[in-house]
Ligand binder design. Structure first.
Ligand SMILES: [Zn+2]
Length: 48
């Protein structure tokens, strides 16, 4: 298990989640239910 970071491109919501290696699960934003999610291996860069 590894922690990865996610950011919703629609509303900017960020969260972290434990992911299983090799498993690519489709995620949706818990705030707006968009599936436009960006995934980061480490802390996401600060917003502009
Ligand atoms: Zn969202």
């Amino acid at each position: 298990m590894a922690i990865e970071y996610f950011r919703c491109m629609m509303c900017g919501h960020e969260w972290e989640e434990e992911v299983e290696k090799g498993k690519d699960v489709e995620r949706t934003c818990s705030q707006c239910r968009s599936n436009s999610i960006r995934r980061f291996k480490s802390e996401p860069p600060p917003k502009e």
